[in-house]
Design a protein around this ligand. Structure first.
Ligand code: DC
Length: 225
């Protein structure tokens, strides 16, 4: 099957992409795809297998011998690595800190982009979020959104999220880590974080998730009827 509707949402960490993608997909009767989870899953597999994350060939080998499975269960995208449920593991801090080694290597990105496209093609309506969805993965998507928010506000959101998941983190340390990750995502040579030329920008600093989804629906309904 090929999808009849693809909506991309890109933006920096903590801007609310996952929450909004999940809510928008539900409203439209489609599915959401969290592409960060694919980069995280490969990082988990490589680290579990004791791989040198600087070694491209070693990570390609990990990808060859490992089965990755992404499955929707209700509102959650479950992530399985060789049949083990790693949905929680992929969010751990040491994975977040090391995912850049996978995200920064073009041959690994190419494989994951193929996986993302294949995954999306199973569904009629797809809301996909990440850093390069509107620019590289789905350049022909019908709607492209680029979310931004003040960096302190993004840190506050991520801080809350981590707290809800049982991880207490010093606010300033988290802010510093997120700023570094933003810098890395924006300045890397391969598929850097940037808006597609035809992306619709939404500043979410003063909006809650519902407010962002409503803005998106306004745009979609206006053009799609
Ligand atoms: O959205 P996230 O925090 O789960 O993403 C984890 C990392 O993966 C992020 O630092 C950058 C990378 N990533 C990417 O390079 N391209 C994507 N489409 C999604 C995520």
């Amino acid at each position: 099957m090929t999808s009849s509707l693809i909506i991309t949402i890109d933006g920096p960490a903590g801007v609310g992409k996952s929450t909004v993608a999940r809510m928008l997909a539900k409203k439209l009767g489609g599915i959401f795809l969290d592409t960060g989870a694919t980069y995280r899953a490969v990082t988990v597999a490589a680290m579990q297998q004791g791989t040198d994350l600087q070694d491209l060939q070693a990570i390609l080998d990990v990808m060859d011998r490992t089965t990755f499975d992404f499955r929707h269960e209700g509102d959650v995208l479950k992530v399985f690595v060789d049949g083990e449920d790693e949905t929680q593991t992929i969010r751990q801090q040491h994975i977040t800190e090391n995912v850049k080694y996978v995200a920064g290597k073009q041959p690994l990105r190419s494989r994951l982009v193929e996986l993302q496209k294949k995954f999306a093609s199973q569904f009629d309506k797809v809301v996909t979020e990440g850093r390069d969805q509107g620019t590289v993965v789905f350049p022909k998507a019908q709607f492209k959104f680029f979310l931004t928010a003040d960096s302190k506000e993004r840190t506050r959101r991520r801080h809350e999220e981590l707290k809800a998941a049982g991880t207490e983190m010093d606010f300033d340390t988290l802010h510093e880590q997120m700023s570094q990750r933003d810098y890395y995502d924006e300045s890397r040579t391969v598929s850097p974080l940037k808006p597609a030329p035809d992306a619709i920008h939404i500043d979410t600093t003063d909006l809650d998730a519902e407010g962002v989804v409503n803005r998106m629906l306004e745009v979609i309904n206006k053009r799609h009827g």
